[in-house]
Design a protein around this ligand. Structure first.
Ligand SMILES: *Cc1c(COP(=O)(O)O)cnc(C)c1O
Length: 402
């Protein structure tokens, strides 16, 4: 599968924007779907990892995903209100929430305790049963019922299913170390999941969907696929296993335009604390994005951005709304395009690079991009920019209109 070529961002006049290439999202979902027989859930929580909930959901469904994953009722209802009628699973709830809107909207709800199945059933009725996925903790110790609680959860769910208030569609768990395929804990979690499935079927439950894999599991741990894989970060084009490439393509490009350019002498201190001092006559460029937009304040001195065909260092501290770059003798003018991160094929930094510079993961870099940054979506149907001038054939009588 050929990844789409780079988004042509240079033409955009926007002062700041996050360009989301939906062609890359479609490519990534198709790439994930091609690695498995299982169904693909596109995990679109946290506003589609910062890429825009509804456009990502629609694109992922068109590209072969059949499920959507979110963590809150608000996200699920936003999808339904936008007309998205695909199956949705939502998984972070208090047991005493009012689940009626979710049940009426046909949204599946995760339950990780007896209190949760009872709470969900309290919002259900025999004419409007809730559909649940029971979550087991197989070793991550985050969400899910521990093995000692699991039989009680399964029993409670079975009773409520018999009473007509619940339908148990899924049994699921989450892997803690799938992004490090050499670690032994994944196999232990899979064994614990098998035990949990045996308990469920011995009780009389027959869940149609068993699901375990996140992005790393989907791409690197075939034994974790079961009936459905839940792909988050891979959907957005970040390779989930360090050192391995599955042909994914980063979808987001974060860019801005220079709003001020100045020439300064050697010995000039820059930004709060004057931590950075110029060592020669140089040009400083002001970039109107800061930590309120999600640019990490704690970045290593090595942090770079892309301008005029090369990388330039960030000079001094990132402020709330702005930061400065030292571009040396590069000719710079107000309005110059500055790319903080993108797919990387021009040489610009990637979200992964920023993750390294600020000691976090690419998930956090993407999801922290704030609401003040406008998102612009390149449609999945738009043809990638062609290399070189288009060669036009003279129209013939038979040539159809395209
Ligand atoms: C966020 C999340 C995922 C997606 O994980 P990625 O590593 O981003 O693919 C899958 N399952 C659950 C339960 C999650 O919370």
């Amino acid at each position: 599968m050929t990844p789409p070529s780079g988004a042509d961002t240079a033409a955009s006049p926007a002062t700041t924007e996050a360009v989301v290439d939906l062609r890359a999202i479609a490519h990534n979902v198709a790439t994930i779907a091609a690695t498995t027989e299982a169904a693909v859930m596109a995990v679109v929580k946290a506003d589609g990892f910062g890429h825009g909930l509804v456009p990502i959901a629609r694109t992922a469904l068109d590209a072969g995903a059949t499920w959507l994953g979110v963590t809150s009722a608000a996200e699920a209802m936003t999808l339904r209100a936008a007309g998205v009628d695909a199956p949705i699973l939502t998984w972070l709830h208090r047991p005493d929430e009012d689940f009626r809107a979710l049940i009426d909207a046909g949204v599946d709800i995760s339950a990780a305790s007896v209190e949760h199945v009872r709470g969900i059933a309290a919002s259900a009725s025999a004419t409007r049963p809730a559909t649940v996925h029971l979550k087991v903790d197989t070793g991550m110790s985050r969400n899910g019922a521990v093995p000692g609680e699991w039989p009680h959860l399964v029993d409670a769910a079975y009773d409520l299913e018999r009473a007509g208030l619940l339908r148990v569609r899924g049994v699921w768990t989450h892997l803690a170390t799938a992004d490090e395929p050499e670690r032994p804990e994944t196999a232990r979690q899979l064994a614990a999941f098998d035990d949990a499935l045996k308990v469920a079927s011995a009780t009389g439950l027959a869940p149609a969907l068993r699901h375990v894999a996140n992005s790393a599991g989907a791409l690197a741990v075939p034994e974790s696929h079961f009936d459905l894989v839940r792909a988050g970060i891979a959907t957005y084009g970040i390779e989930p296993v360090v050192g391995r490439a599955y042909g994914l393509r980063p979808a987001m490009t974060l860019r801005a335009r220079a709003i001020l350019v100045k020439r300064v002498p050697p010995g000039t201190g820059v930004s709060y604390g004057l931590d950075y001092t110029t060592t020669r006559p140089t040009t400083l460029v002001l970039v109107p994005l800061g930590y309120a937009d999600g640019v990490p304040r704690n970045v290593a001195p090595a942090a770079e951005v892309w301008m005029r065909g090369r990388r330039h260092r960030i000079a001094g501290r990132v402020s709330m709304d702005q930061f400065v770059i030292d571009v040396g003798d590069t000719p710079a003018t107000i309005g110059d395009e500055i790319i903080l991160f993108g797919p990387g094929d021009r040489g610009e930094p990637t979200a992964r690079d920023w993750a390294g510079w600020s000691d976090t993961n690419a998930h956090e870099i993407l999801t922290r991009i704030g609401p003040r940054v406008p998102r612009r979506h390149i449609p999945a149907s738009q043809r990638p920019p062609q290399p070189g001038p288009p060669r036009q054939r003279p129209p013939t009588k038979e040539s159809p209109h395209v």
